[in-house]
Write a protein of this length. Structure first.
Length: 272
């Protein structure tokens, strides 16, 4: 695919997707959505990739839907996502609910880390919330943004945000659509780590590299899969599947390698 609104690179088993419309504050468009899904799919299928990082070009992450597109919806009197009918859906098709917009990230086999380098609003905040881990610069503005635009909470954020930070806090942010800083987001647990701007990508990459080196690819995949599936099922199902996975994973070569590395006090050489 010819990338017009994003950048993509793979280095040291880390794929980096950069939202690349800095002249429009990395505002979201149908083209960007199409490229984003395509790149996630490419990274998830690539055996040479262990972790995916998402960030924005320039000093902003993503300010939400492009104002020209929003004006177009108003003039047409209808919403148009601007994406093709054959748009790629990344991840496994094991659970049908994960085939929807952004929920597809739950079905991917590799962790996604958002490196929030500046303001994130509307769908920009949605993307950050659907990431598995969130690092951010201090003092950046965040908002759900939908209320003043006479829009609903977007892309399942009303389902996801309460599960990330608790119902009371999520409801207040969703009802008010107020602006809040990444500092507050860190205090309430939405952001995992605050990092100064000049060190954000370096620290995010160091964290990603540690995951790739220290945790087996299958453990990363299954831990992510179990967590998101468990959002939808009871404790009994979770325990039974965990027991089944334990029985199968100890038969894998990476288990033998993990134990050998542990006993020999050396880094493991994982199967990729």
């Amino acid at each position: 695919m010819d990338l017009k609104t994003t950048l993509y690179s793979v280095e040291d088993q880390i794929a980096t997707i950069t939202l690349n419309r800095p002249h429009r504050s990395n505002a979201w468009t149908g083209r960007m959505h199409t490229e984003y899904r395509y790149l996630l799919d490419q990274a998830d299928r690539d055996p040479g990739v262990g972790v995916i990082i998402l960030t924005g070009a320039g000093e902003l992450f993503c300010v939400g839907g492009d104002s020209q597109a929003l004006d177009g919806h108003s003039k047409k009197g209808s919403y148009d996502a601007g994406t093709p009918v054959d748009i790629v859906t990344p991840g496994s098709d094991e659970f049908a609910a994960f085939a929807e917009d952004f929920a597809y990230q739950f079905a991917m086999s590799k962790p996604v880390i958002a490196a929030i380098n500046g303001a994130a609003a509307g769908v920009g905040l949605v993307m950050a919330c659907y990431a598995d881990i969130r690092f951010a610069v201090p003092g950046a503005k965040l908002t759900t943004a939908h209320g003043p635009l006479n829009m609903p909470a977007e892309y399942g954020l009303s389902w996801l945000l309460p599960r990330l930070i608790g119902g009371a806090r999520a409801l207040e942010l969703l009802i008010s659509s107020r602006k809040f800083l990444t500092d507050e987001a860190y205090q309430i647990g939405l952001i995992h780590r605050l990092v100064e701007p000049d060190a954000l990508l370096h620290e995010t990459r160091a964290y990603a590299r540690d995951l790739i080196t220290r945790v087996s690819p299958e453990a990363l995949r299954q831990s992510k899969r179990q967590t998101y599936l468990d959002f939808h099922r009871d404790i009994g199902m979770s325990v039974r599947e965990a027991n089944d996975l334990l029985s199968s994973m100890v038969k894998q070569a990476d288990y033998k390698e993990a134990i050998a590395a542990f006993l020999e006090k050396r880094p493991a050489n994982w199967t990729r």
